[in-house]
Design a protein around this ligand. Structure first.
Ligand SMILES: NC(=O)c1ccc[n+]([C@@H]2O[C@H](COP(=O)([O-])OP(=O)(O)OC[C@H]3O[C@@H](n4cnc5c(N)ncnc54)[C@H](O)[C@@H]3O)[C@@H](O)[C@H]2O)c1
Length: 324
């Protein structure tokens, strides 16, 4: 099996590579691409790193034509909070980049393309929990480009050009540096809770959005990449895990980090983005069509995550962030 990833150097990429290596009976051949060059920690057996800017059409086509991947995981993107600061780059990477990846996949006869969409495709005023098929009126350029990516995936699939599947992720939490999403407050309750015993969150205490622990997230991508097409009623599916209020996350962190102090000073742009997202996702269709089921709840995640954060900080790994 030949697997190519775009944006492989981000929060999801490394965990996804490990999940793909773990679950395959015969070692796959993986080409991991990203705009940034990998560091020594990225090097591992069966994985070749290569620099690729997905906004560069010729370079994207060339690497696909050369490697001829069976499966592509398209992760490269500018996330929600960063996208609002730089909509031009967000459009180039998320919109033009996705188009380039679709065209390169078509030309290289890729068997399946996996797209990573987001709850940011939704706008305010939707049912709680929010099902898959509702009007999509996103509040951010990130959401706009994800809606467009979903529609292109659907179109290419219907035309028989590329078999596309994907998931709408909630905010993903893992013990690694996040990429500038609006759900980053949740991870930093853990990181700064362990590191400083305190964290000032950029959202209100009653903010509630859907979240998921990364081991479930990468398993969702691997599972949908393997799902038989005849069982799929859609291209892109909601996947859900848990939907805590910010102060419920703080209480869960406090169980594992006694005495931690979490305070709330809402920052208008990111609070506005968070308020535009659904409070919970309905993932009934993913459960019915390809057997999706999350394994981690909030406290299960806390019990697994806190020791990992402690270990990373003890090793001196950089988990810095932008809102301090
Ligand atoms: N992390 C989440 O909570 C979350 C939630 C919903 C959806 N997603 C989606 O999952 C995917 C991966 O997210 P992530 O959390 O790993 O994001 P991330 O920001 O950590 O990683 C994205 C990667 O894309 C790379 N990139 C940026 N511009 C590029 C370009 N022009 N060409 C090639 N690579 C480029 C970056 O260098 C980075 O390594 C994204 O498509 C994102 O929209 C993530």
């Amino acid at each position: 099996m030949r697997i190519l990833l775009t944006g492989a150097g981000g929060q999801i990429g490394r965990d996804l590579i490990n999940e793909l290596l773990r679950r395959s009976k015969e070692p796959p051949s993986i080409v991991a691409t990203d705009l940034r060059t990998p560091d020594a920690a990225d090097e591992q057996e069966h994985v070749r790193w290569s620099r690729l800017d997905v906004t560069n059409e010729a370079a994207t086509r060339a690497i696909f034509a050369d490697f001829k991947p069976d499966i592509v995981f398209h992760l490269a993107a500018i996330l929600s909070a960063r996208g609002e600061k730089d909509p031009v780059t967000a459009y180039a990477v998320n919109q033009t980049g996705t188009w380039n990846v679709l065209e390169a996949s078509y030309a290289a006869r890729v068997k399946r393309l996996v797209f990573t969409s987001s709850i940011a495709v939704y706008g305010p005023g939707l049912p709680d929990p929010t099902p898959d098929a509702v009007p999509l009126q996103p509040a951010t350029i990130y959401g706009v480009t994800k809606v467009s990516g979903e529609l292109l995936c659907d179109y290419y699939t219907r035309r028989g050009w590329v078999d596309c599947v994907g998931v709408r992720f909630p905010g993903l939490i893992s013990a690694s540096l996040p990429g500038g999403g609006s759900s980053d407050y949740a991870l930093f309750m853990y990181v700064d809770g362990v590191r400083y015993g305190a964290y000032e969150a950029f959202c209100r205490a009653d903010t509630r959005i859907p979240l998921m622990y990364m081991p479930d997230g990468v398993r969702a991508l691997a599972e949908i990449s393997e799902a038989p097409r005849h069982k799929l009623r859609r291209c892109i599916y909601n996947v859900a895990a848990f939907s805590p209020r910010a102060d419920e996350i703080a209480a869960s962190v406090a169980r594992a980090v006694p005495g931690v102090r979490i305070t709330y000073v809402p920052e208008p742009v990111r609070q506005g983005i968070l308020d535009s997202w659904p409070k919970a996702l309905d993932d009934t269709m993913a459960r019915e069509d390809w057997g999706w089921k999350a394994r981690y709840d909030l406290d299960g995640m806390t019990d697994d995550l806190v020791p990992r954060v402690r270990e990373l900080l003890a090793r001196g790994v950089d988990l810095s962030h932008s809102n301090r």
